[in-house]
Design a protein. Structure first.
Length: 124
């Protein structure tokens, strides 16, 4: 049995993106957990677990994405209606830098040999 790449995104990547955004919103913008939960569309308990490293801690984003998280947080602070757009953009970046494929391979134990090439552009 294996998980589709989209399932890996839902179970691992999206929560980790929320974790990083929660961290930036709390540390750099001084928002409280309740407000962060409202903005990110999750529970206050989830935010608490993100910030205490008890949830979504399987993924370490490359240092090169730090600026992306900070910029997304700024956009969300300006207009919290942009949260979905910003999360989608960050998830897209994980595909571009190969993190999605790496996680897919890790949790599928090599079952999906085509995972590493799924996001490469190939002529049809």
């Amino acid at each position: 049995m294996y998980s589709l790449p989209q399932e890996i995104e839902v179970w691992y990547i999206i929560p980790a993106v929320r974790r990083e955004l929660a961290k930036v919103l709390a540390e750099r913008h001084g928002l409280k957990q309740k407000k962060i939960a409202e903005i990110l569309g999750t529970s206050e308990a989830a935010i608490s677990q993100y910030l205490s490293k008890k949830r979504a801690n399987e993924i370490k984003f490359p240092k090169t994405m730090e600026r992306d998280f900070q910029q997304s947080a700024k956009e969300i602070i300006k207009d919290n209606k942009k949260v979905v757009k910003e999360i989608m953009a960050l998830v897209s970046l994980t595909k571009k830098n190969g993190l999605s494929c790496k996680m897919c391979k890790k949790y599928n134990k090599g079952v999906l040999s085509m995972c590493s090439c799924m996001f490469e552009k190939k002529p049809r």
